[in-house]
Design a protein around this ligand. Structure first.
Ligand code: GDP
Ligand code: IMO
Ligand code: MG
Length: 415
């Protein structure tokens, strides 16, 4: 059976965690395919908030199998910390032996490189994502499967540190002693080896057994290393195609693609954001939407729904439907803006190109509504909210199949 997929449409934090958790009750397997603990996926069930960074968002259901694919970069330290609150993960959490390892030196390198960039910093999460993927592409990285031989992995890493001593000294990055490193890796091997396996074969077997599989993307389309706002992006392929690389699937294995999109737009970190609102509107969205990072606590930059970028993202992911999130955050706004085109160097632009540094947003304004918070059926929505949704569908060319009206799992309209 084909695997369905959830993908972020904007610059991340669209509400992927909520939707994966909600849909997971209908699936038997949930797989993460890229990113690392830069991701922060929040789930709220009956008022209780859970933030996940590496473990797939199917974990709240005891009978769902959770897989971390080869395309993910895994900090064993972070993964072990995240596993603590969950019982009986053995047999329902699996991690690819081909996933690359993040250690503290990757994180330190990430932060040191950002500092060195000064004003040109990307605004990374500082979790070592860039250095880990960088070493993978350079063919100098190490994979979780190597924890099977801690002695060899320690020696290989110590050699790597020695060969790159100049870099580490210049960047003031501390490297561990052989004894420290061996002890650290031994702990990871003891605790994680029962979860490490060839997840590619595993996913193929599960597909052959007709299991229902949901693929969970991290970050968002506009942060994709190839198709996002480079260089202000993350270091992996966040788009739907990333699931093929990140799990060992072929394109024909992918079923329904659901794009997760907020009714407005946010971004954390630096880089272009044409529909950013620097005034009262942006501040109001930040407060109403509680737009502060799940991973770093940073205030998110806020602005309006960008139909140009969304249309592009839907095309690149092959979205079958959209899940429109945080509609309630627009409650009480008299007028709601939608960016329908850009003006670049005096010309009207309706296609999203990577070159949006100087894009000036052109807005259409729609009438707002009083309240949709907590709504669970479409008919109860005010007419102006329905009109807003219909206009987004028209501009983007993809139907809205899910509407979310609060952080809680239950406050969702499935059309
Ligand atoms: P993700 O990274 O895409 O999983 O999204 P995050 O969890 O980082 O950020 C989304 C935030 O919005 C979380 O705090 C969610 O609890 C919250 N959220 C999700 N859906 C809704 C919604 O419909 N309304 C409101 N008000 N909050 C929501
Ligand atoms: P989820 O999965 C929002 C951003 C960072 C920075 C850029 C590069 O919760 O949507 P990195 O640490 O990846 O090298 O940083 O990407 N970023 C995210 N922004 N949500 C995320 O994940 C993000 N993961 C990375 O802020 O701009
Ligand atoms: Mg997030």
């Amino acid at each position: 059976m084909k695997a369905d997929l959830i993908v972020g449409i904007q610059w991340g934090d669209e509400g992927k965690g909520k939707i994966v958790d909600l849909l997971a009750k209908k699936y038997e397997v949930v797989c993460r395919y890229q990113g690392g603990h830069n991701a922060g996926h929040t789930i709220v069930v009956e008022g209780k908030k859970i933030a996940l960074h590496l473990i797939p968002s199917g974990v709240l259901y005891d009978d769902v199998i959770n897989i971390i694919g080869n395309g993910v970069v895994v900090s064993p330290k972070k993964l072990l910390e995240e596993m603590i609150p969950f019982e009986n993960l053995e047999g329902r959490l699996f991690v690819s032996d081909k996933a690359h390892i993040i250690l503290s030196f990757h994180e330190e390198l990430d932060r040191a490189k950002e500092k060195a960039k000064g004003k040109k910093a990307i605004g990374t999460t500082g979790k070592g994502i860039g250095p880990a993927y960088g070493l993978k592409i350079e063919r100098s990285g190490h994979r979780l499967g190597e924890l099977k031989d801690v002695e060899k992995l320690t020696n290989d890493l110590m050699n790597y540190f020695k060969n790159n001593e100049t870099l580490f000294t210049a960047m003031e990055v501390k490297v561990p002693s052989p004894l420290e490193l061996k002890a650290e890796l031994t702990t990871y091997a003891d605790k994680l080896l029962p979860f490490i396996t060839d997840t590619t074969m595993m996913v193929w077997d599960l597909m052959d057994e007709d299991k229902k599989i949901l693929l969970e993307g991290a970050q968002g389309t506009l942060l994709d290393i190839d198709h996002g706002t480079y260089p202000y992006v993350t270091s992996s392929n966040t788009i739907a195609a990333g699931a093929c690389n990140g799990l060992g699937l072929n394109p024909k294995d992918i079923g329904i693609v659901t794009g997760i999109v907020k009714a407005y737009c946010t971004r954390v970190g630096n880089g272009p954001f044409p529909s950013e609102d620097f005034g009262d509107g942006g501040e109001r969205l930040r407060v109403a939407g509680n737009e502060f990072g799940t991973t770093t606590g940073r205030p998110r930059r806020c602005g309006w729904f960008d139909a140009v970028a969304t249309r592009y993202a839907c095309r690149i992911n092959g979205c079958d439907q959209l899940s429109l999130m945080k509609l309630d955050v627009l409650d009480g706004f008299e007028k709601i803006k939608i960016c329908t085109s850009y003006e670049i160097d005096g010309k009207k632009v309706t296609n999203f190109t990577g070159d949006i540094e100087n894009a000036v947003p052109v807005y259409e304004e729609m009438t707002g509504w009083d309240s949709v918070v907590g709504a669970r059926d479409y008919d109860s929505l005010p007419l102006t909210a329905k009109k807003f949704i219909q206009r987004l569908e028209e501009l983007v060319g993809v139907k809205v199949g899910i509407i979310s009206t609060s952080p809680d799992r239950a406050d969702t309209i499935i059309l």
